[in-house]
Ligand binder design. Structure first.
Ligand code: TYM
Length: 333
């Protein structure tokens, strides 16, 4: 039987190699399996949990759609829409916030990281953000949710919320309990400047990440400057595990070249980093430049991108409003 896939990406600035290898590449593979029903959401309501410039936000919403398409997602085979256009998401998030417990949310590590030292100044939305994420998933009865490692805890919270709702209202399996789909070896792509830090849009230095809109020269420069260590390339997995920067770069190469980590280690064992970096630059150029060129082309046709979102919002809205109606009945509204 096919899977019901739901996933979301925030429209906050350029999407990067971490988003691609951790999530979007997997979206494309799942979308290519004919038996799956896929929904990919541009989560603009999540984006406003931190300050956004309205003009930039609307460009970034289209940019995210363009990235989905340029990466190979077929809008005829999947629903692509932006979250704010289906009001059921906000409504379900409120209802589920009455099911989720404070103690559960207090354990969310991403809130702690994002809120930083001054939690008092973080928005309430940033705190309750995983509840909105649960609403996204549960409204569509998603069975599988492809995400990077950093979203695993939010997925567990979603499962807890679904289970508590089903128990509290004795509704058996009204909400389906979704499974996370996390790539085994490449679920956490790290910064090019620090192998212990996640590659992220919010990192100040652009040299820390490969953006999906980077040019060939930018890729060459970023890999040249990427942090390594003074030793030759590792020759065993044990050796690799002790060297975060080498591990990250070898992981990126393996994922792009469709090789197992061990195969990449054997290929470059004992060589110097400069030779490996040349090879890494080449696979990055081969995979990322066609996407980058296509994103820029698609962004010239804003009407086309808007039509995709409009069409997707209608389809998603139909599904979500039926689920909300049933939620109202269950609650006694
Ligand atoms: P977001 O927008 O931060 O990231 C989008 C996807 O990219 C993955 N990702 C990474 N994977 C590997 N290495 C990295 N360095 C890296 N950085 C980001 C993320 O894990 C994610 O899969 N809350 C979500 C969006 C969301 C969602 C949902 C996801 C909202 N509702 C429902 C699934 C289902 C987020 O902020 O992702």
């Amino acid at each position: 039987m096919g899977k019901k896939i739901f996933s979301g990406v925030q429209p906050t600035g350029n999407l990067h190699l971490g988003n691609y290898l951790g999530a979007i590449k997997n979206f494309v593979d799942l979308n290519n399996e004919d038996e799956n029903d896929c929904i990919f959401c541009v989560v603009d309501l999540h984006a406003i949990t931190v300050n956004q410039d309205p003009k930039e936000l609307s460009n970034n919403i289209r940019g995210t759609v363009a990235t989905f398409l340029a990466s190979g997602i077929d809008p005829k085979k999947s629903i692509i829409f932006n979250q704010s256009k289906v009001s059921a998401h906000s409504e379900a998030a409120w209802i589920l916030s009455c099911v989720a417990r404070m103690g559960w949310l207090n354990r969310m590590t991403q809130f702690k990281e994002k809120a930083g030292k001054d939690k008092e100044k973080a928005s309430v939305g940033l705190y309750s953000y995983p509840v909105l994420m649960a609403a996204d998933i549960l409204l569509y009865d998603a069975t599988h949710v492809p995400v990077g490692e950093d979203q695993k805890q939010h997925l567990e919270l979603c499962r807890d919320i679904a289970q508590k709702f089903n128990n509290d209202f004795k509704t058996n399996d009204f909400f389906k309990i979704p499974e996370p789909l996390i790539q085994k070896e490449f679920s956490r792509i790290m910064s090019l400047k620090d192998g212990l830090k996640k590659m992220s849009k919010s990192e100040i230095s652009d040299l820390s990440r490969i953006n999906l809109t980077d040019t060939k020269d930018e890729i060459i420069n970023k890999i040249k400057k990427a942090k390594t260590d003074p030793l030759p390339m590792p020759s065993t997995i044990d050796d690799l595990n002790k060297r975060p920067e080498a591990k990250n770069l070898i992981g990126i190469y393996s994922s792009l070249a469709d090789l197992k980590l061990e195969e990449t280690i054997n290929k470059f064992s004992g060589k110097n980093f400069s030779e490996f970096k040349e090879n890494l630059t080449q696979v990055l150029i081969d995979k990322i430049i066609p996407i980058s060129v296509e994103i820029k082309k698609l962004l010239d046709d804003k009407n086309y991108l808007d039509e995709i979102l409009l069409d997707g919002s209608k389809k998603a809205g139909d599904i979500a409003s039926k689920k909300i109606k049933k939620i109202h009945e269950i609650l006694g509204f």
